[in-house]
Design a binder for this molecule. Structure first.
Ligand SMILES: [Zn+2]
Length: 406
């Protein structure tokens, strides 16, 4: 299958290319981007997409989500995370069937595709059902189960074994990869957390974990581990690849310490969910200053309402400018990186996705720039971060397949 995209404005997010290029053609052969040039001449094209007046950019990468939580949309008003989980979510989750997870995941994948997200880092129960829905929907997913030993030693061990089986099962799948997902340090004993982290490390896989989402979590970790959360990281994660979701309640001193840990740490910030649950604002400016890899996530729709990554981009930028009273912070291009190439780095997939480059997988989106709200375009990069919504995405392609074309 050969697809030729003609005459687009390209925001490739590649370090080797200019930020914006005009009148560009992109040739896609099967799942791979094979040529990027002006006026490509090529025979036997199966489909031509005229992208005049449209932007092509890499598909967005959602680095923290609970895909099947579409069914919990708008169940959160007035709760902090822990009360919302124990009173509203966990009792209902205990009754969810495999079929519920499959169908709720399908709904979320449709939403992702329609709003320009091509890859998601998930954490939820019955991950195999979500994997099945991802393969049917055609999206890329990094899957993690919700590992914890809160419900006893046996339940914890069962989860570990099921993750090990999933890793084997999806080892060669082009769309699905499996990692270790620890729900949080506050819902697992130290011994169990250590075991999960060691397994992730010895299998050379990512650990995906909720971390310091709110003050309550910080005090819960401190009282059960008798260590500050950052000290837990210092002890447990050296030589590991870790995606820390949220990381809201971290001080400057904590972040200076985190920088010294010899580990591959990424922060998946979810500003919408953090505000909705009254957690606070993650110190992204300081994180950027100490050189941590920052990416973005929506969290589940239960606390994030939707999976529109454009909302997360806008809010991430505005919050940092606002709370620090400095409009120079978080330039728009840095924010775009968080939603694309930084996300790919966090997932260990930056050689494959995250930017539009020859040889990379064809995961890309086409954005309609002809609508009223995008007229006139004075600064395209700012336009993408502050003014575009998921609904402006006109075409979504994953692995060279067009999944949505408006
Ligand atoms: Zn979460």
């Amino acid at each position: 299958m050969k697809i030729l995209i003609r005459n687009c404005t390209l925001v490739s997010m590649s370090q080797k290319r200019p930020q914006i290029e005009k009148n560009i053609d992109i040739l896609i052969e099967n799942d791979i981007i094979s040529k990027i040039d002006k006026n490509i001449i090529e025979k036997n094209i199966d489909k031509i997409i005229d992208a005049n007046e449209n932007v092509i950019m890499p598909g967005l990468i959602n680095c923290h989500c609970h895909v099947a939580m579409s069914i919990f949309r708008e169940t959160v008003d007035g709760y902090i995370t822990q009360d919302w989980l124990t009173e509203k979510i966990w009792p209902k989750e205990a009754k969810l069937t495999e079929k519920d997870i499959y169908e709720a995941s399908l709904l979320s994948f449709k939403e992702m595709i329609e709003t320009g997200t091509t890859t998601v880092n998930d954490m939820y129960f019955f991950p195999e059902e979500t994997a099945k829905a991802a393969i049917e929907s055609g999206v890329r997913i990094q899957l993690t189960d919700t590992l914890m030993d809160l419900n006893g030693y046996e339940a914890g061990e069962k989860k570990i074994n099921s993750t090990l089986n999933l890793i084997k099962k999806y080892k060669d799948n082009p769309l699905v990869s499996v990692n270790f997902g620890l729900h949080g340090f506050y819902t697992s004993s130290k011994e169990y957390s250590k075991r999960v982290i060691n397994l992730a490390r010895s299998n050379n896989l990512n650990l995906h974990v909720h971390f310091c989402e709110n003050s309550q979590e910080v005090s819960d970790i401190s009282s059960s581990y008798h260590q500050k959360p950052v000290e837990v990281l210092e002890e447990l994660i050296p030589e590991s690849k870790v995606i820390l979701a949220h990381s809201v309640k971290l001080t400057d001193e904590d972040l200076d310490k985190m920088k010294e840990i010899k580990a591959d740490i990424s922060i998946a910030s979810c500003p919408v969910s953090n505000l909705r649950l009254g957690c606070g604002v993650a110190p992204l400016t300081k994180m950027e200053e100490v050189g941590l890899n920052i990416c973005l996530g929506t969290d589940g729709q239960g606390s994030g309402s939707n999976l529109d990554m454009f909302e997360e981009m806008k809010l991430a930028a505005l919050l940092q400018k606002g709370i620090n009273e400095n409009p120079k912070l978080m330039p728009a291009y840095n924010i775009l990186k968080m939603a694309t190439i930084n996300g790919a780095k966090a997932l260990g997939m930056d050689k494959k996705i995250g930017s539009i480059e020859v040889g990379k997988k064809a995961d890309l989106i086409l954005i309609d720039m002809t609508s009223t709200i995008t007229t006139p375009i004075n600064n395209l990069i700012s336009e993408l971060v502050y003014n575009i919504k998921g609904s402006n995405v006109k075409m979504t392609m994953v692995d060279g397949k067009i999944l949505m074309e408006r």
